[in-house]
Design a protein around this ligand. Sequence first.
Ligand code: SAJ
Length: 443
Amino acid sequence: MIDATNAPGDQRLCVIGLGYIGLPTAAMFATSGTTVLGVDINPRVVQTLKQGDVHIAEPGLNTLVRAALQSGKLSVAAAPEPADVFIISVPTPTGHPEDGEVQADLRHVRAAAEAVVPMLRAGNLVILESTVPPRTTVDLLIPVLETSGLRVSCGDGDGGELFVVHCPERVLPGKILDELVSNDRIAGGASPAAARRAEALYRRFVSGEIFLTDATTAEMVKLMENTFRDVNIALANEFALIADRIGVNVWEAIGLANHHPRVNILRPGPGVGGHCIAVDPWFLLQAAPQDASVIRRSREINDGMPDYVVRQVRRLTAGIATPSIACLGLAYKANVDDIRESPAVEVVERLSRDGFHVSAFDPHVAEAPQLACHLAPSLDVAVADAHLIVVLVDHREFAAIDPTALMTSARTVLDTRQCLDLAAWRAAGIEGVLLGAGMLRDQ
Ligand code: SAJ
């Protein structure tokens, strides 16, 4: 092991968790000249990477990881080894305690910290990148690390032997590699000295600004960012519901409202998915449930959108004995393959449960074993016998569909993302219905 006084380029880094954030981060450090050991408890991930393959679809990631592996700067293993810096980037899913609201499940963070403990040496820097509820660094991570017998440097001017920082990731899936470099970062240190060390480390590839603060503020900043987005999407969705009732096209209305210099309304849709925006507001809420009414209501509105889409499908297929629905899109958002917490999956599953015959197709999703419906191998197969086509994700492939060339029995398409050129679909003889465009007016 090389000790922490070494020149930055000589430091050894150990990244725990090789998922959507850990793997790009490990590869980015390695291609910037740092020696990195990437660790994952999933043997399939380790094996795949050892073969030079990548288990995550993200633009540019394959090339970056291969370059990192071939350079010898990145290696992978099933367990951590001694290093100068440890970065923990493991999932923080939600749990549902029987008698309470959604809460963060921190078992992976705890397990990762426990796995690091036997490797710790005086002078080590430990960085938590996973998104966590406020105070996790102080109340969970530091106590676990101190079971090593080493004391964490806390507060001003405190010596300490370990340096601990919460450095939340902020990258957008689909643009991870660009945003890892260009986004500003927050380094929330258990002590100012710890934050400064993290800053020096990330400076190796980050071109954005790096702001230093304390760990709990950094935790709150990250949660506020995603909650801000969730609340604003909920507002857009509520506008869509209102527009449907009063016979207004919400998309036109939003476009016009956004001409105001201080207004930027987001886009309505079939709900909010992914492992961040649909989850993180709960972490903030659990810290002070009595004060978080806007946050809670926004979660409810966004979680209610799949049900709203199902109601519209029912209305558009009224009178058909067993309606066949072609659902286009399963991913949680456009142009990614991730179906975690996807509202599209929720719509598909609810339709199947409610007795609709559903055929789903997503050009980015090859398999979805748990899905309770037929996963069509192509767009043509999905739409062939459908009564209704429902677009649930604004993948660029769907926007590019030529409706005149589509072999389908469907006479109606429901666009929940304003992704289609509905005038072209109408010209091809398929009635186009847009979510939030006034269709519930007569109900
Ligand atoms: N969505 C809408 N309407 C919109 C914008 C998004 O319905 O106007 C939906 C999307 O379709 C998707 C969901 O919201 O279902 C979330 O998508 P997203 O693109 O807003 O965000 P994520 O989850 O892919 O990434 C977010 C980002 N956070 C912010 O933009 C504040 C990213 O920077 C974070 O790093 C990431 O969460 C994370 O890991 O926390």
